[in-house]
Every structure is written in C-alpha cells, then in structure tokens.
Ligand binder design. Structure first.
Ligand SMILES: [Zn+2]
Length: 329
C-alpha cells in the first residue's frame, strides 16, 4: 500500500515540469494551534464567508476552534507562482488558449484553458471580497464613459467611472443596455465606493447620464455637483487622461476577445478593475498604482503583487466574521 502511494506520487511528479513541482499543502500551512501551539488538531466544521467555505480546526489540547493561516492556495495542485503567472498573463492581454500554450511550451504543463479560467475566477472572487471593502481617497473630478464590446457574438456595454487625479476606477459594470438605470447604478456604485459626491462629473454625450446625474448627484443644497457633458469625449478632456483611457481600453478589448460567456466577462470586468487599481504601476502616477495614489497602501512590494494580494485577501476573508450573505455573526 505504501509502495503504491510512493509510485503514485512519482507519477504525479513526473507529470509536472521540474521547475513547477506539485504544490504541497504542508509547505504553506503551519498546522499548529494559534492559541497554545499544539499540533494535535482535528477538522471541525466550516465557516462561510463571501469568498467561499473555510475549514475550521479544533485544538485537542486547549479545545479552541479557529481558522488556520491559509495562503489561498492550500487546495491547489500547482504552485502559487504558476497560478498567479496565469492571472498576470491574462490581464496583460493573453487569451486563455494562448496562456495554456505558453504553459505547454515553457513548462511542459498540460493545463486546459478552462482550468486557467477557473483559477482566474476563483482568485478574482477572493480578491474582490477584500478590495471592495477598501476606501480610496479620490479627488473632486470624476469621468464616466462606456464602450461596446463583443462577448461571444453578443454586444455588451462596458462602463467605467474613474477619478481623474488618482486614476482609481471607482465603478465598472457590464450591461446589455444603456438605460438610465444602468447609468444610475454606475453613479451609485462610485458614490458608495468613494463615500462622497464629486464637485464635477464629466461624461460623454449619452442621454442616460443626465437622469442618473439628477438622481444620484444633483442636490437642492449647494455646493452642488457640476455636470459636464461632452458631445465628443475626446475633444475636451485633458489629453493625457484620454490617452491613458484609450490605452486601457485597447488592453481591455484585447482580453475581452478571449471571453466566451457573460460569466467569464463578468469575472474579467471585476478582475481588470483589481489589476488596474491594485497591481499595475502607472507611469503617470510616478509608478504608483491608482490604489496607492488614492492612499491605499497594501505594501505589495515583494515582487509578485498578485500573490501578495491573494494572500492578504485570503487572510482577511478567513478571519472576518461575516457569512456569505454579509451578515455579522
Ligand atoms: Zn490549543
């Protein structure tokens, strides 16, 4: 029996390239009691949070129950470095199929592109739960726009609402229509995220923004948010900002082409917002990320920012006392 297990492990090891050995749970988790240090633990029950199910452990020595310090990769067969590599390639514009081919060519790994998509979906959700709670300090001038994208042959609208000074994306969404309610949801989301109304909101010529402005930003009392509607967005707005907008848009479009369902498109929209705000340093911001420019410093400086953000998110999600419906317990 033991020989068989060893043989199985050998086979598994040979399946992976030497650079990426099978990921070992023991390497990432210290299985000792948080309170008394005892290694005599047993699994007992689960806790749910918005990112999923978390294993609870009970200490046989002191009797307390707790969550182990996980790094978010404890159930993965592949190393965190490999998994985060796929996230980075994806949000830099490689399609899922190209990523799978890259893994075959350079690491002799046969990983199906749908597996890569599952990884991305899983970790975007983990990071989203965490970063959505963080509050950026943004400026008084916000810009909104929307563009048409193609998801598996169907047209969808991708909306952005960005702070002009920090470039922080306050709200993004994917919709089928461009109705007033869609514009309202965008404004409401940004307002909630920033915890305030801006002094100025600039939009393109879309009619739906007018009603959304009246609903979400207009007030009887002054100071009132000023509304600037540009017939042609490109004409009047600060040129740097527009160049960056377009650059972002091109990158985004490139990635979107690899998406074949609304579900993967939603993941992409959330994931790109995380990539854009927290991962990618910005030349126009002295190589800071928009999050850093907006006063959120997560100290992702050790090299692999995806990995550090996922670890931080997992730790946060596992230890906060909210269930999957957001209720406190
Ligand atoms: Zn204990």
């Amino acid at each position: 029996m033991e020989e068989l297990q060893t043989a199985e492990i050998q086979t598994v090891k040979q399946t992976y390239a030497q650079d990426w050995p099978a990921y070992n749970e023991a390497q990432t988790m210290e299985k000792t009691c948080k309170h008394c240090g005892s290694a005599n633990l047993t699994k007992r029950g689960h806790r749910r949070n918005r990112a999923g199910k978390v294993q609870l452990f009970a200490c046989k020595h002191c009797g307390r129950r707790f969550v182990l310090n996980e790094d978010g990769f404890q159930k993965m067969r592949h190393k965190p470095e490999l998994v985060t590599l796929t996230l980075d390639l994806f949000f830099k514009g490689l399609s899922l199929r190209k990523i799978a081919d890259h893994l075959t060519q350079f690491y002799q790994l046969k990983i199906h592109h749908t597996t890569v998509l599952r990884w991305i979906q899983k970790y975007v959700q983990v990071m989203k739960v965490y970063v959505d709670e963080l509050k950026p300090q943004v400026s008084e001038r916000w810009h909104a726009d929307e563009m048409m994208i193609n998801v598996d042959g169907a047209y969808r609208w991708l909306w952005n609402l960005m702070d002009a000074k920090t470039r922080f994306l306050l709200a993004t969404q994917l919709t089928e229509q461009r109705e007033t309610e869609d514009a309202m949801r965008l404004f409401a989301g940004a307002k909630q995220k920033a915890g305030k109304r801006p002094e100025v909101i600039v939009t393109d010529g879309l009619q739906a923004y007018r009603a959304a402005y009246m609903k979400e930003f207009w007030t009887l009392k002054k100071p009132r948010t000023e509304y600037i509607r540009l017939a042609r967005f490109e004409e009047k707005v600060n040129q740097n900002l527009i160049e960056r907008f377009n650059g972002t848009t091109r990158e985004r479009n490139k990635v979107m082409r690899g998406l074949d369902t609304d579900e993967s498109a939603e993941t992409f929209v959330d994931g790109f917002r995380i990539y854009y705000n927290f991962i990618r340093p910005h030349m126009g911001l002295d190589n800071k990320t928009p999050a850093e420019a907006a006063g959120i410093n997560l100290e992702l400086n050790g090299g692999n920012r995806w990995l550090e953000l996922i670890r931080k998110s997992t730790n946060h999600n596992n230890n906060n006392n909210q269930d999957s419906n957001g209720r406190s317990r």
